[in-house]
Ligand binder design. Structure first.
Ligand code: GGG
Length: 350
């Protein structure tokens, strides 16, 4: 197969972890006789520095002319600590999702057998956990109108959803459940929010088309608690943008590190693959960041193009690395000196 992959390494540890994913994809291409061509462009803080724009036109053009996008991370402390900054790195990622209509963000959460004792949660609670989170990605409060009063003392962010925005991600979640354990949990705040009540109505209607899938509902505050108390009850979680962002970071505790969580953002036309974690500025250029989330995102890219044997090989290599403690300090404090690039080397050579 021939693929052109746009690479947007972004900020902080983004370039380091993305390099490891590229190494692995090149090894897969050579092993399975594929041609993967990689073209790199700026996004985020680095794009503001170089082009005064977190998503330059050239970057967007490259993404639109590529088969898939491999994304690193964005964010820089100089913007986090400056609430008056008008241009922010995160705008690059949000605009990219909107421009490419990447409306569904899929985040698998798994408890790896060899890491059961790394999680702060008890072994018997997390053993066997296998969840797929479907987060709506181009609507809700992240994209609603934002306002700040002239005196700077009152601010608002509008949360808005349309039936169509809910339907398209809901269909993907129900289809996913059919190939898993036939259960969808809608996470919302329908006791308080009008948007959540619309989600409940629309998702209940859609569920009728998937008679074999059980649908249940949880308020987000309860879901946050259940994720710690009994995560095995979840199969597919369907939720809106902000709740999905928060719940999936919480769920990373199950695996032992957010450095293991991969994601795919898909729409009707484009697809982007990125680790769930952000730019982790404290670790930048130290060769200590966990590359597994980026490598597993590359595996999701392979699955997207139905290269299932290739993706399976990458996942097996990751599991083996975890089993052999070839892991970065976030999950491997006992066995130090395993760097980002050494983890990448092991998986590349597997
Ligand atoms: N690789 C993901 C990343 O860089 N995330 C940083 C971030 O600010 N994300 C916002 C979001 O996921 O909505």
């Amino acid at each position: 197969m021939k693929l052109q992959i746009a690479v947007l390494p972004g900020d902080g540890i983004g370039p380091e972890v993305t390099n490891q994913a590229i190494k692995v994809l090149k090894a897969i291409a050579s092993e399975f006789d594929h041609t993967f061509k990689f073209k790199t462009a700026d996004v985020g803080a680095v794009a503001i520095d170089n082009h005064n724009n977190p998503l330059p036109d050239a970057t967007l053009k490259l993404c639109k002319s590529s088969d898939a996008i491999l994304f690193g991370a964005i964010g820089h402390p100089k913007y986090d600590n400056d609430p008056s900054a008008k241009v922010r790195p995160e705008q690059g990622l949000l605009k990219l999702r909107k421009e490419l209509e990447l409306f569904a963000n899929i985040r698998p959460v798994k408890a790896y057998e060899s890491l059961l004792d790394k999680s702060p949660l008890k072994r018997h609670i997390i053993k066997g956990v296998d969840i797929s989170i479907y987060r709506e990605l181009t609507g809700g409060i992240y994209f609603g109108k934002k306002e700040l009063s002239e005196d700077g003392n009152v601010a608002s962010d509008l949360c808005e959803y349309s039936r169509e925005e809910i339907e398209r991600v809901a269909h993907l979640a129900f289809e996913a459940a059919q190939s898993r354990n036939n259960k969808v949990t809608l996470v919302d705040k329908a006791n308080v929010l009008e948007t959540s009540r619309l989600w409940r109505r629309v998702v209940t209607e859609i569920a009728k088309q998937y008679g074999d899938v059980e649908l249940d509902f949880l308020f987000v505050d309860n879901a946050a608690m259940q994720m710690i108390l009994n995560p095995k009850q979840f199969d597919v979680i369907l939720t809106e943008n902000m709740f999905g962002d928060i719940i999936s970071d919480e769920a990373s505790v199950i695996g032992g590190s957010i450095g293991l969580l991969a994601s795919a953002s898909v729409g009707k036309k484009y697809a982007m693959f990125e680790p769930v974690h952000g730019s982790f500025p404290q670790a930048t250029n130290k060769n200590i960041a966990n590359p597994v989330a980026s490598i597993l995102s590359a595996a999701m890219l392979l699955e997207h193009f139905e290269l299932f044997s290739e993706a399976q090989l990458v996942k097996l290599a990751v599991e083996k690395s975890l089993k052999l403690h070839i892991s970065t300090p976030d999950i491997n404090s006992k066995y130090d000196n395993v760097s980002t690039s050494k983890v990448g080397d092991f998986i590349e050579d597997f």
